[in-house]
Ligand binder design. Structure first.
Ligand SMILES: [Ca+2]
Length: 477
């Protein structure tokens, strides 16, 4: 008996060590893009999107065509993604709470810290956690020094300085100088994203021992849309196609999303005022052009990073995950920017390339969200994830993109406001109990709110069961 057990153990040990030799721990390359909606070639959100590098990355693995952010605002989206807990569990709804200064949250591992604790070397550059580049403010964001072995520009500061026009706003809007666009005569490499990307390229080409996690946070197409002229030239102004926006699209909406500061943000780049200005000043097409140009610029940065990975010889041993923190409106629902619970704000590009797991060129239309990234990474690198994570590992969908999947994508904005996205529906419930329902089979643009249609009572009953029950009070208060 004892002998048998010994043989068995010996056998297991040999199998495990052979497996270990055959499968060294995989590297992870994490590509975050800021404010990139579905205006990406492969997602077909805009017919003139030109993103050849993101499209090529999608062709290497699995593209999730129905992926949604946890919150349509930088800080709650990114904090939630990196910690693996919903904004409504964390109590982080706005851009002001710094999670690293809240004791109960600061001790939770982020994705990179989790990997670092398990033997990974971790390198990061650019906007991973919330930060912005309104240069003169001296605000450097909420980075977590314990997550990284090295970070560019520094552990404290996530974004480098960049060259900007002198007389802002160049587009002469009277609302806010941060809502701006212009060509800049700057080499790609000298752009903030160019500096960040350059550092990551060198990092990827440097030989390190043991597994490595590398994160690059690309800032465009976040405002302001200052990009080299060549990217603007890719999108000629006279050919720009505008989103179709019915005149009466807001008429069937409840009061809260139209009048609450959570959504309307009158104090900060007011979304509907901006839209009205783009119409009055005949600037809508220019704005769309500038966003498309910024997206093509961000795509070029993705191309450089992937090229460096390929040159490093480690691509076959590297999991690649590309995501954006949330979407963006450019006139849909008569508004610009983010901060809504509608499709334009929540739908994001999300691509996973996992050697030995994903099949090149596959797509999954299952509803997934960025809360699923942490458990997915953990399973892909064969580590036991923290037990409290609220997402689901997407490995079953990476193996079979059509696998049965009954989980909705949940997006949250402000206290007590949630959207539930299933493959067929978007159901929104606001903190005051008001509701919206959109049938995506009939109405992919979410123009017809069916919340008061008696024939959808059963659907609403079913979807309201999926609304998160835990709503932690805003820790900023
Ligand atoms: Ca953002």
């Amino acid at each position: 008996m004892y002998f048998l057990r010994f043989i068995l153990l010996f056998f297991l040990f040999s199998v495990l060590s052979v497996r270990a030799q055959e499968n060294p721990p995989l590297d992870v390359l994490f590509i975050a893009i800021d404010d990139l909606n579905d205006w990406v070639g492969v997602l077909e959100g805009h017919p003139q999107a030109r993103t050849p590098n993101i499209d090529a990355l999608a062709a290497r693995g699995t593209l999730f065509t129905n992926a949604h952010s946890n919150a349509a605002l930088c800080n709650p989206s990114r904090t939630s993604l990196m910690l693996g807990l919903r904004p409504s569990t964390l109590g982080i709804y706005g851009n002001s709470p710094n999670w690293t200064e809240i004791e109960s949250l600061a001790e939770l591992p982020t994705i990179p810290r989790f990997l670092r604790d398990h033997g990974y070397s971790t390198y990061g550059a650019g906007k991973i956690f919330h930060a912005h580049t309104f240069y003169e403010s001296g605000f450097y964001g909420y980075n977590d020094p314990s997550s990284w072995d090295a970070f560019y520009p520094s552990l404290e500061r996530q974004l480098p300085d960049e060259v900007t026009p002198i007389n802002r706003p160049v587009n002469r809007n009277p609302i806010d100088a941060r809502f701006d666009w212009a060509p800049v005569v700057v080499d790609d490499r000298a752009m903030g994203d160019g500096q960040v990307t350059h550092w990551v390229e060198n990092q990827l080409k440097t030989v390190v021992s043991g597994p490595r996690f590398t994160a690059v946070g690309i800032f465009r197409p976040h405002l302001p849309w200052y990009v080299p002229q060549s990217y603007i030239d890719m999108h000629p102004l006279e050919e720009i196609i505008l989103p179709v926006v019915p005149e009466n699209d807001l008429d069937d909406l409840p009061d809260l999303p139209l009048n609450s500061e959570v959504f309307e943000r009158k104090a900060f780049l007011p979304p509907r005022e901006i839209h009205q200005w783009t119409i009055d000043a005949n600037k809508w097409s220019e704005g769309v052009q500038a966003y498309l140009a910024s997206t093509s610029f961000a795509d070029a940065m993705v191309g450089r990073v992937i090229e460096a990975l390929d040159q490093s010889g480690r691509a076959d041993n590297t999991i690649i995950i590309l995501w954006s923190d949330h979407g963006w409106h450019l006139g849909e629902k008569h508004r610009w920017r983010k901060t809504t619970l509608w499709e334009e704000s929540t739908r994001v590009p999300f691509i996973v390339v996992a050697p030995g797991v994903t099949t090149p060129g596959t797509r999954s239309s299952r509803t997934v969200s960025l809360i699923d990234i942490f458990p997915t990474v953990a399973e892909l690198v064969r580590l036991q994830p923290p037990s409290y994570l609220e997402g689901s590992s997407l490995v079953p969908l990476l193996r079979n993109p059509d696998a049965i999947w009954d989980k909705p994508a949940i997006s949250t904005l402000g206290f007590g406001n949630h959207a539930v996205r299933t493959e067929d529906f978007r159901y929104i419930r606001y903190s005051d109990g008001s509701e919206e329902l959109y049938d995506h089979k009939l109405d992919p643009n979410e123009w017809m709110n069916l919340a008061n249609d008696p024939s959808y009572i059963d659907v609403i009953d079913e979807l309201s069961e999926m609304v998160p029950e835990l709503n932690t009070p805003d820790i900023a208060n």
